[in-house]
Design a binder for this molecule. Sequence first.
Ligand SMILES: [Zn+2]
Length: 289
Amino acid sequence: MKVYLLGTGGPEITLHRQGSAVLIEVNDQKLLFDAGRSVLQRLFECSVSIADVTQIFFTHMHSDHIEGLPNLWMTGWFSHGRTRPLDIWGPSGTKRMIDGMREMYRFDLANRIDPRHPPEALETRVTEYSEGVIYERNGVVITAFEVWHDDGNPAFGFRIAHAGRSVVLSGDTTYHENVIQFAQETDLLVHNVIAVSDELAQLPKLQSVLAKLTTPEQAADIFRRTAPRLAVYTHVIKKGLANGNHDSVLIERTRQAGYAGPLEVGLDRMTIDIGESVNVIPPPAIAVD
Ligand SMILES: [Zn+2]
């Protein structure tokens, strides 16, 4: 299995992190999990064949997880040669969301006709899922499990398994027993994280945000209880920390809370190869064109 961290940021604009998106290549399949801001750009930068990205799974419907979809859908069609429809899995409400997207792009759907680009590639086939196995193909099994994201519910995490290997994505969630249950001894646990200064943590508006996500201290407990071969932070939110909000603070706080196992802070375009060993490949430099 090969995992691309395409976007490792939260909703806010930052210089180096785009919105949530993870691509997993396994067997002959490319599976995209969430489609946050700039997902198409990141796929392009990672030299992934965009025409082949047709299977998309949403953890929940907050804007920072869906806003890259229209670009992937439209530009992937007319500019990257996609010939197949998009298959989309999402929680209850996804059909209505996709109908809304189609309405927003009604002009293109009616007028942007070009014989080089088959119109059926703009079809969208939606499956609304609930907890359980939601996908099984050529030995790849995806299981959705409920998590808790307060104003983002229904919200889910995913376990993606193949040939005795697995990846678990927490999605956006506060500390949740389901993550611990489904991530037992997984190869890779990709978990959201939020870290703010003690002063900011007192503010009511931040308390509500902290309550729907996971702090490094909570994550340390989750990692201890699941013992993944590698834990990686994503959906990285940092506010008011010492050292200019450097990522190292996340590692330090997790270590101080008692987790000593393998841990990385995810970066956009970082890839992780999972086999006999779990190898992290840092983001390559991008040539200027
Ligand atoms: Zn989010």
